[in-house]
Design a protein around this ligand. Structure first.
Ligand code: SF4
Ligand code: SF4
Length: 341
């Protein structure tokens, strides 16, 4: 039987009738990954109390639209009340509840929640081998993450794995297929390394941002590898990054409802803006308020031939121009994904 026939690939268009809440309940973490996007200067150092988590969850809960929530950190399982927060989100009617973890699963988290309450438990691994993963995420991380995944799968949780592609690990991506199958992972998310947080810092020796993958390498490797992995029955999602000629550019800030909430009360609509005080909203005294001055919202409406304005501003090295000065291609919104199932 030719399994390739069953593969379905589609670009996931921005949903107009659902809301995605990316809720960072603390910024503390036990690891210090080379590409960590948490920027404590911009996102604060607070751990939110359970009472605050509950009232912020209420603030974003809506009866009109489907709500999806992803609990993030730092490492969210370091929060002693994470299981209670998951339960509260479900009780408030959130459609799907996900926890993103580095796999250490602190505070006996799995014993305090259940597959009936938590829809997805998402692990992060950045290498198919211990050497590569631990070079990026820290010593001992691979073994702990694998241990956490096995425990979660055994308990019946629906699991995902996130792999952030950089020049350090792109060559190991194809080896992830067998590993995902061995572990019993349901969904695989390939992420592109964003130039924010730690990745935005220059290599002190060379002055270069060395981790980013060039366009040709990305296009040579990612779509094909994603397809191969999907052919074994795992759902694979990866960012579109480069738009093909004739494809329409859309900024999620204009057409979708994504909220990136941080413990200092900042609320961003665009993840690429998170390194700057450009948030368009903030939570003040338990109310969601618009911020004044120039902020991310003012960028969303700018129509430039390069596509994403933030990409043009913070990672112009992703662009290339023809002799007449027009861009060779458009950069898609970082929230636009390809899904193969
Ligand atoms: S990337 Fe995640 S696991 Fe790694 S240091 Fe940052 S918050 Fe922690
Ligand atoms: S990544 Fe670019 S296109 Fe997407 S929301 Fe941000 S500014 Fe808009």
């Amino acid at each position: 039987m030719n399994s390739a026939k069953k593969i379905k690939k589609n670009t996931v268009s921005f949903s107009k009738d659902s809301v995605n809440l990316f809720f960072h309940i603390l910024t503390q973490c036990n690891l210090s990954c080379t590409h960590c996007y948490i920027n404590k200067k911009q996102h604060g150092t607070k751990t939110l109390s359970f009472a605050t988590i509950k009232s912020w969850l209420q603030l974003f809960s809506s009866k009109e639209k489907k709500q999806n929530i992803i609990f993030l950190g730092g490492e969210p399982t370091l929060h002693p009340d994470l299981a209670k927060a998951v339960e509260t989100a479900k009780a408030l009617g959130y459609n799907s509840v996900t926890v993103d973890t580095n796999g250490y699963l602190f505070n006996d988290f799995l014993a305090k929640t259940s597959p009936d309450t938590l829809d997805y438990l998402s692990f992060s691994l950045d290498g198919a081998s211990k050497e590569t993963n631990d070079m990026i995420r820290g010593k001992g991380c691979y073994d702990n993450c694998i241990k956490g995944i096995k425990k979660a799968v055994k308990k019946g949780f629906c699991t995902s794995l996130i792999y952030t592609v950089s020049s350090l690990n792109i060559d190991e991506l194809e080896k992830m297929g067998p590993l995902l199958n061995d572990l019993g992972i349901n969904r695989f998310f390939i992420q592109v390394l964003g130039i924010r947080g730690e990745s935005a810092k220059e290599n002190t020796k060379t002055g270069e941002k060395i981790l980013q993958v060039q366009k040709s390498r990305w296009l040579d490797i990612i779509p094909e590898t994603a397809k191969n992995i999907a052919s074994s029955g795992i759902s694979v999602t990866y960012p579109k990054v480069y738009l093909n000629e004739g494809e329409t550019f859309e900024c999620a800030g204009n057409v979708a409802e994504n909220y990136f909430v941080f413990p200092n009360g900042r609320v961003y609509r665009c993840p690429l803006c998170e390194d700057f005080p450009m948030h368009s909203m903030a939570i003040k005294r338990n109310s969601l308020v618009q911020t004044g001055n120039i902020n991310e919202k003012h960028l969303f409406g700018l129509n430039i031939p390069e596509g994403c304005v933030m990409n043009r501003l913070i990672q112009p090295e992703n662009l290339a121009y023809k002799k007449d000065g027009t861009p060779e291609y458009k950069i898609a919104c970082c929230m636009l994904k390809e899904e193969i199932s």
